[in-house]
Design a protein around this ligand. Structure first.
Ligand code: GMT
Length: 373
């Protein structure tokens, strides 16, 4: 098949999933065309069967805001016509589902539109009255809509009053990339006295509650010698740095900033901590599990569909600092429990969220649409 993919190309779970899916589809012989504002960050080298079409928004003086959504629609239509696309798969509803709708109007009904909802396109933007109507329209007009967890499906239906079927297609992890690696040399540098390493990976937006990460770590650090590794950057990073200094934890916390290739970093750590207020899936939790790392996380959104409480990690209510700290400490000090949860996480990541299984689920959706069912 000839498949167009649109996503946000910058670092972020939806962009990662869209790009990795494109690569997997290309491996399976499909022709994949990325239509994005920039080269997706995981794409940067040559791949057979993959093409990249840049969208450039016109910046004419009259415009207060460049009309990116229209330039995207126009580029989608152009690529769909010249490359004879069968399917346009857009990740994140706003504005991609609307641009795809416009492109379809320009190209004709033969072009099938699949929209994948990733989370904040519903759980944050869905509450904005200036956008909720058009998000609902984009969903209703798509030929097929998928969401990355059952929780996100339920929230979308409740919040936007959607009656149309939304298919659950979980995110996936590529086990050729995410697996337990031997990082002992680097680990010795980071934790020379054999300290346990707690890891947090996020975009440091308020929804991630990164201050809770520091609070949890501060509690753990009172009891055992441990280090905290922080990956990613965002609006709260400088406040988090300030908090670390104020708590006198600077020597125990390492800020590693944005990292394109996090697959190695998980293997450095012992436990992943995810303190989010909202999380439709929690891709970082899955990536950590695939590297054999138990997860301590908040019981919110789609996280319980990824992390099974007491089996692949532990779940606690949002803001339960003492509870999360207790579970992290418990994992750091109980090798037998740690090994069991690590093994369970690996099994779950490789079976329930295997890249081939999920790619096949998307392929079946494309096939169903193209055969007119
Ligand atoms: O976490 C973010 O704010 C980024 C956002 C995105 O669009 O990339 O992540 C969402 O999509 C990911 C991939 O499906 C999910 O793993 C994240 O849980 C989801 N984030 C939220 O729901 C906050």
């Amino acid at each position: 098949m000839r498949i167009g993919i649109t996503c946000y190309p910058s670092v972020g779970g939806s962009g990662v999933i869209a790009t990795e899916l494109g690569k997997l589809l290309a491996e399976r012989g499909h022709i994949v065309h990325f239509i994005t504002s920039d080269m997706p960050f995981r794409l940067g080298k040559f791949y057979k069967n993959i093409y990249y079409h840049e969208v450039v928004a016109n910046n004419y003086d009259v415009f207060r805001y460049p009309p990116y959504d229209l330039s995207l629609a126009s580029r989608m239509a152009e690529v769909a016509k010249t490359e004879n696309l069968d399917v346009l798969h857009v990740h994140y509803a706003i504005p991609h589902a609307i641009s795809a709708y416009l492109a379809k109007q320009m190209v004709g009904d033969r072009l099938k539109v699949v929209t994948t909802l990733h989370g904040t396109d519903i759980t944050v933007l869905g509450y904005d009255r200036s956008l909720s109507g058009i998000i609902r329209f984009g969903i209703d007009q798509s030929d097929c809509v998928t969401a990355v967890s059952q929780n996100l499906i339920d929230q979308t239906k409740d919040l936007l009053g959607i009656t149309k079927e939304i298919k659950k297609v979980y995110n996936f992890v590529d086990k050729r990339e995410y697996y337990p690696r031997d990082m002992s040399d680097y680990k010795r540098e980071l934790a020379p006295n054999g300290e346990k390493i707690l890891l947090h990976v996020s975009n440091f937006r308020p929804v991630k509650r990164t201050f809770d990460v520091i609070k949890v770590f501060a509690e753990v650090h009172k009891k055992i010698d441990a280090k905290l590794l922080l990956i990613g950057e965002g609006p709260d990073t400088s406040f988090v740095r300030q908090m670390v200094n104020e708590l006198g934890l600077s020597n125990a916390v390492r800020f590693m900033g944005k990292q394109d290739d996090v697959a190695c970093v998980y293997s450095l750590a012992d436990v992943l901590l995810l303190t989010s207020e909202k999380e439709s899936f929690g891709l970082v939790a899955l990536e950590a599990m695939a590297c054999g790392k138990p997860v301590v996380a908040t019981q919110t959104g789609g996280i319980p569909e990824v992390v099974e409480d007491g089996i692949t990690g532990f779940l606690k209510p949002i803001g339960d600092i003492a509870g999360m700290a207790e579970k992290v400490t418990h994992l750091f000090t109980n090798p037998a429990l740690y090994e069991q949860l690590s093994k369970n996480g690996l099994d779950r990541a490789y079976h329930t969220f295997c890249q081939d299984k999920i790619t096949r689920e998307y392929e079946e959706i494309y096939e169903m649409l193209c055969s007119g069912q």
